[in-house]
Design a protein around this ligand. Sequence first.
Ligand code: ADP
Ligand code: MG
Length: 312
Amino acid sequence: MTNYAMKIKNLTKKYGDFTAVKNLSLDIEKGEIFGLLGPNGAGKSTTIRTCLGLLSKTEGEIEILGLDSHKDAIEIRKRTGYLPGEFGLLDGISVYTYLKYLLRLSSVKSDEKLKDLAKRLDLDLKRKTNELSKGNKQKVGVVQALMADQEFIILDEPTGGLDPLMQQIFYEILREEKEAGKTVFMSSHVLAEVETVCNRVAIIKEAELILNEHISTLQDMTGKVLEVEFRHKVDPSAFEIEGVTDIEVDDRKIRMTVTKDIDQVVKRVADHRVINMNLSTYSLEKLFLRYYSNGGVVENEKEGVAIGGGVK
Ligand code: ADP
Ligand code: MG
């Protein structure tokens, strides 16, 4: 038995002369929620569609659930729930009729999960498919990807069009799927989403993989942002110690990034009267933006160490 839900090895996909995915290798472990993150046009949908055998590949090998992505595409689709990035619905029928029709195609008899998902996502099953708003249409897509209770779920930008409350409910549903032993592979262009719901992230930019790391490792690597509001102005040089970077002063507030021993920093903070304090992992956003803008080399200015450049 393999421990991987999917193994992509040296995948290249060209549209004519244009390379949309270049020499991509990724392993998705069973039971994880894996986020494929990248800006628009990075090659996320192409990767997903190639993996599912919906597009031919130019080079490389893809194994899903121990099967060959192209030779065994039909068997794989039976065991995989999929939400496409763009999809159409059959017009003029109720949402329920549409979903039930799809459910029957996957030979699942019970519509219990379909109904439960629709209820949680506040999707009216009686509405006609051609009357749906963008958000409600997206909910139909989410329900259809999950309702047959398959072991591997592939979602292409699943939260597009969902309002923030629905996004939260959706994340909760994904976590439950993970707890039930499912594997989720989802694409997104929103870091906060991937950080909230995924345990591992790969970033692709212009067809190439530039990072593949556990979220917790990234958070450790990038450090935490500490913001302290003091009663009186404090000399920021007190915090110029090892592992502290990006010190910013705004009147009585000091904000800094802490990448090492937080204990020392807290002790220095405690030399002064504190009014308020906040510790966050916001700096992952910074790391991400730098990855997006300069292709993967992140310099830690103070120490001159390149962090996170490792492509695995
Ligand atoms: P993402 O999903 O990350 O936004 P895509 O995989 O849709 O990116 O697209 C990657 C690149 O491939 C883009 O530059 C896009 O314009 C191009 N592309 C996508 N589909 C086709 C196609 N059918 N023919 C030619 N180029 C395409
Ligand atoms: Mg896409």
